[in-house]
Design a protein around this ligand. Structure first.
Ligand SMILES: [Zn+2]
Length: 452
């Protein structure tokens, strides 16, 4: 079950038609983070990367990527973003580069060795900076985390804590497949388009970006598997970039810093090092083994409080989003990397619109519609029936959807209309655990306290 209740309103906006070449490129509307939080998150994440990756200490190469990178960062659209871009070289023969939210960019020496000309390097930098400018990382993190994080994140932005720490608590790290750095094909197409603008303005031929990606994707992507794992290759990439560039004012290309040949010589002289396993730094608790939830349920309970509601849960489980309108309780590995809940309970308050009161029947129907939009595989297994939570009238609806562990999951949704708004409580379990969890879930239902 994806936890995206707050953002459902935005998700319900009509899907945008495919973008025409030359049309404006703007960050997605759905973003739970402020631009300052992008910057804070990027700086925290960059500090982790510097601890876990070998930052190259080579004054010439650092000055060289600064020269090319800052030329791209000084373009009109990059400057207008206000993000503080920075560039570092990682001693790693993998052909890759990545940018973190808010501006820090890391370029592997393998990429420097692979580019045929400076425009190709500028193309990768322009593409990565475009992901930053268009805020693709935090847009995706917003889709993955939903409401639970937001109050906590606002506190983090005010200097009360670490955003990466908050994300890590929800199972989102910087490792391979992190939502912060693994982009959708649509995001790739946008980053190509904006990247081509940045290149053109800097005097680099934008077609070299497409040529470099085509070179990496030749032989089934054998040369750039890491890059394409994080940046899926859109179809007709070269043609799309051509169409985009045709909408820009005519310019002459062919800018050269003059240092490309020396860069190649310096890179060739570097001592050989073994490739790192992943593009970003892996959080300490990440393992490659398939994740399974801890189904060992303690019968000793402790209590977590949201905004006006509380639930008691097994004391070997963990609570996320306490004191906010969204609260999740889950066992170890109940919340997966990416933020999906595979085993646990998600409680949410959807506050009433000003001047409106919650209506159990219509608000539950609206919520079900929104959940179906957000979880395309979701099905209603049993229609809503009347029940109670404590003394309060409630509706219970049994749903099924795809489990993040594989196979099917059962989601039992309870909704209650309160003076503060509709409260929804989703009990999530893989289908093969649903029966075993019944006693535990029933105990938790009895413990729920709600506002009037
Ligand atoms: Zn990309």
């Amino acid at each position: 079950m994806k936890r995206t209740f707050l953002v459902l309103v935005l998700l319900a906006l009509p899907a945008l038609a495919a973008r025409k070449p030359g049309a404006p490129l703007k960050p997605g509307l759905l973003n739970a983070f402020s631009k300052q939080q992008d910057v804070q998150m990027g700086q925290e994440a960059a500090a982790q990367v510097r601890q876990q990756q070998a930052i190259l200490n080579n004054a010439f190469l650092k000055a060289y990527i600064d020269k090319v990178g800052l030329r791209i960062a000084e373009t009109k659209e990059a400057k207008a973003s206000g993000f503080p871009f920075s560039f570092e070289v990682v001693a790693d023969p993998t052909i890759n580069a990545f940018a973190l939210p808010g501006g820090p960019m890391f370029i592997q020496t393998g990429l420097l060795a692979a580019v045929d000309n400076e425009a190709q390097l500028a193309g990768v930098i322009g593409h990565e900076l475009s992901h930053v400018i268009l805020r693709h990382g935090t847009h995706q993190a917003s889709k993955a985390t939903g409401l639970q994080m937001i109050a906590g994140l606002a506190g983090a932005a005010a200097g009360q804590g670490s955003i990466m720490g908050q994300l890590a608590a929800a199972g989102i790290g910087l490792g391979a497949n992190s939502v912060l750095m693994k982009f959708s094909r649509d995001a790739e197409t946008e980053a190509d388009a904006l990247g081509s603008h940045l290149m053109a303005e800097s005097g680099y031929d934008p077609k070299e970006m497409a040529r470099f990606f085509a070179k990496l994707s030749a032989d089934g992507g054998a040369r750039g598997p890491q890059f394409f794992s994080d940046h899926p290759n859109p179809e007709n990439r070269e043609q799309a970039i051509d169409l985009e560039v045709n909408t820009l004012p005519a310019r002459t290309y062919g800018y050269q810093s003059g240092d490309f040949a020396r860069m190649k010589t310096e890179v060739a002289k570097l001592p050989k090092v073994a490739p790192k396993p992943a593009a970003g730094a892996a959080p300490a608790n990440t393992t490659a083994a398939p994740v399974t939830p801890d189904t060992n349920v303690s019968t000793t309970l402790k209590t977590a409080t949201g905004q006006g509601f509380s639930i008691s849960y097994p004391d070997n489980w963990q609570a996320y989003g306490e004191n906010t309108v969204g609260l999740t309780v889950a066992p170890k590995n109940g919340v997966l990397s990416g933020g999906a809940v595979g085993l646990g309970v998600i409680l949410n308050l959807t506050p009433n619109q000003p001047g409106k009161t919650a209506n159990l029947t219509t608000d539950t129907a609206a919520l079900l519609t929104q959940l179906k939009n957000d979880n395309p595989n979701m099905k209603v297994k049993a229609n809503s029936v009347r029940t109670t939570v404590g003394t309060r009238a409630a509706l219970q609806t049994v749903l099924t959807s795809n489990s993040p562990y594989g196979g099917e999951e059962q989601d039992t949704l309870l909704t209650v209309a309160t003076s503060k708004g509709l409260i929804s409580i989703v009990f999530v379990a893989p289908q093969n655990q649903a029966a075993a969890m019944q006693t535990n879930f029933a105990r938790m239902v009895r413990s729920i306290k709600l506002p009037q």
